[in-house]
Design a protein around this ligand. Structure first.
Ligand code: CP
Length: 360
């Protein structure tokens, strides 16, 4: 069965097809208004959300289907200690497809391994957010007309920014992608994205420390929020929270055709004056999220009916003496065995969260 727990769960062609379907849905809304009649989506949200949960809900309603679920895990039997695996085994009796957000990394992948219905990762901790990536790809397509030969600046919290990790994975499959990373030292992009994604795919990337020095060369500026909720050291959050603020003066340095994206919510990293700039695409990006989730739900349900197999067999290994050191990984929070995959440079990485394995 096909799930979407990571951008690499679908091929580049399938990704393009989903974006193309979203464009067709935008152009022909009536045509798709009953294609999911009789189908049900569960939204299992263990972590707060506005855009993702409500756009999934609106998407399924506009396809003629129904939605149930929870937006606060404390109101479910999770509060009694029910595991992710048991929860999806149960909910799979009631619905045809599940969208799950979780603060624990790897929870949607763990869920997909026992689920009888497709699982969509709606964001897992600081790890991945593949439906935001589809939203971003649709937005770039609508704003600039193409996904090849783009120079993209990622700015802000690149360490915990799951939307950044997933978008870099997806863009690494397009010709001529160049990446510029703009972050304070303590919020730099994780090594596994640099090595196993950028270097492995021959993607040019460089790290800089100011927005001003790169504004003029960017086709896309992808701003992110410094995520207070991911910091264990509050003093460090206070130190870096205001490090990059996009304002009209910085926008004056940018290309006329550049687009500013942001997964939102924002705090203060984009000033309100930028909202009126035609290059500010972040509110248009929100609506694109609904269209692309319509395309994704429709596609995954069709693939489930066709019995389409997963691209991965998750050829994971259990290596004696190795553990995942990430305290926020599913394998350190629920009764899930450590599993690893051999990655670039001969290192073992956790199957669920991609963290480098360590000796026990
Ligand atoms: N972009 C995004 O994931 O927003 P929410 O947290 O509001 O869902």
């Amino acid at each position: 069965m096909r799930h979407l727990t990571d951008p690499t769960d679908i091929t580049r062609k399938e990704t393009d097809d989903i974006v193309a379907l979203a464009l067709d849905i935008i152009a022909n809304r009536e045509k798709y208004s009953e294609v999911c009649k009789g189908k049900k989506l569960a939204t299992l949200f263990y972590e707060p959300s506005t855009r993702t949960r409500l756009s999934f809900t609106a998407a399924m309603m506009e396809l003629g289907g129904n939605v149930l679920g929870f937006s606060d895990a404390n109101s479910s039997s999770v509060s009694k200690g029910e595991t992710v695996e048991d929860t999806v085994r149960v909910v799979g009796n009631f619905v045809d497809i599940i969208a799950m957000r979780h603060h624990i990394e790897g929870a949607p992948l763990d869920a997909s391994m026992v689920s009888r219905v497709p699982i969509i990762n709606a964001g897992d901790g600081a790890h991945a957010h593949p439906t935001q990536t589809l939203t971003d790809l649709l937005t770039i397509t609508r704003e600039l007309g193409h996904l090849d030969n783009l120079t993209i600046g990622f700015c802000g919290d690149l360490l915990y920014g799951r939307t950044v990790h997933s978008l870099i994975k997806a863009l690494s499959r397009y010709e001529g992608t160049k990446i510029v990373l703009i972050a304070p030292d303590s919020l730099r992009l994780p090594d596994y994205i640099k090595h196993d994604v950028c270097e492995k795919n021959g993607i040019e990337y460089r790290e800089v420390s100011t927005l001003e020095e790169v504004m003029g060369e960017l086709d896309i500026l992808y701003m992110t929020r410094v995520q207070q909720e991911r910091f264990s050291d509050k003093a460090e959050y206070e130190r870096v929270k205001d490090c990059y603020i996009l304002d009209a003066a910085k926008m004056a340095l940018a290309k006329e055709k550049m687009a500013v994206l942001h997964p939102l919510p924002r705090v203060n990293e984009i000033t309100k004056e930028v909202d009126a700039d035609p290059r500010a695409a972040y509110f248009r990006q929100v609506e694109n999220g609904k269209f692309v989730r319509k395309a994704l739900i429709y596609t995954l349900l069709k693939w489930a009916e066709e019995g389409k197999e997963s691209l991965h067999n998750h050829e994971a290994v259990e290596v004696e003496g190795l553990v995942c050191p990430n305290k926020k990984c599913i394998c350190n929070n629920e009764p899930v065995d450590y599993k690893f995959q051999l990655a670039e440079g001969g290192v073992y990485r956790c199957l669920y969260c991609s963290t480098k394995a360590e000796e026990k």
